[in-house]
Design a protein around this ligand. Sequence first.
Ligand SMILES: *Cc1c(COP(=O)(O)O)cnc(C)c1O
Length: 457
Amino acid sequence: MGTLPHDDDAEMFGNRFAIEEVPTSSFPTGGMSAVDAMRLVGEDLALEGDPARNLATFVTTWMEPEAQRVIAANLHRNFIDHAEYPRTAEIEQRCIRMLADLFHAPGETTGARTQGSSEAIMLGALSLKWNWRKRRESAGASTSSPNLVFGGDVHVVWEKFCRYFDVEPRIVPLKPGKYTIGPEDVAPHVDENTIGVAAVLGTTFTGHKDDVVGIDQLLVRLKQERGIDVPLHVDAASGGFVWPFLYPDSPWDFRLEQVRSINVSGHKFGLVYPGIGWLIFRERSDLAPELVFEENYLGKTDATFTLNFSTGSAMVLAQYYNLVRYGRHGYTYVMRNMQLNARVLAEKLQAMGRFELIGADEEQLPLVAFRLAEPQAYDEFDIAWQLSAERGWMVPAYTLPPDAQDVTIMRALVKQTLSREHVDTLARDIEEACATLDKKGGVHESERRKVVTGSGH
Ligand SMILES: *Cc1c(COP(=O)(O)O)cnc(C)c1O
């Protein structure tokens, strides 16, 4: 290999991987210098998408520099080691109490820090299952066929829970034009084997809420008239940090009698980097005690209620930073800004005359869900592709769940960093992408190397 520069030159002038292939499969033998390793990883990531133009994800892509300092200073702390890090454990409990207060818990309660809403939902639904089994056993009834009722508008994690933990999913299908569920949808599916009903606050598909109030009323009636006590869990992964600030008078939380547990993702509208989520119970007794394990191998007897064990504590601290930094006023300010910018984007899309908005006049997450008003030579997938190819915006197109699978929509999240100027630019770029597609009559298969799809959870 006499034509390759000598290793000494690479060491002197820069970068091994300017001309060398990077290790990808066999376990490296000799390792490399720290600088080389850093550059190798950095160069790979230079090809990644730009988070600021990723309007698909609900997850936080920006935090304040001061928050980033808190995170950087605490990456070496294992969250689960409560014996060694009791202050971190205390801060977790403060977050749980503050969220329980935000969600109107009637008194002292309990909860858990999780990796995200998925873990929170697994744990919350397990508690539903255990409590249901106890109710059945004390009534001398069969415990062989638990079921869980939810709409087709939920996140995939609910079906995952049912499969992993052997519960029959009773899924209410959507319909064209109806993308959330209400009591009339739930009623036919609920019986004495129902461990719970799950309602969504801020769906991933269109950002709306299920009729939580109506479902709660149905379950209260069921309890009064037939003596069947079915708990309601609210999946507030996105909505739990939006509704309290944008729609404080709209009840969906522990103000409603049958709402027994709530999950929320700190890393969505809680404005923290991934992964942090929360599970909050209405009362201590809503957490099945059999699911809490006591262990003492980290030096002190400690109770754990988690699917994971070791994990970082930085995001718990970052969540606490945000709660005290923003408070109700700050979160309200940030949420209103997002909502205002979402409305501007919605108005601009409507003014183009090509699109119709999905439920823009209802309570909704700060996003714009839209679709082509009339059939064109191109579809929403083509627009998503063209927009990404021309301008690097990730605005996903996707089909809705059954039985609304023939409906394709697009969705743009309007987050904290999407400024008014960005909104104006995005609207112009969408108009231009459509103009290009008008001219060429759609995206050609040969162009569509990569279909922009997925609802970007
Ligand atoms: C994002 C989301 C989830 C999953 O949450 P993670 O925090 O990503 O695990 C569950 N339900 C809904 C409604 C969501 O939006």
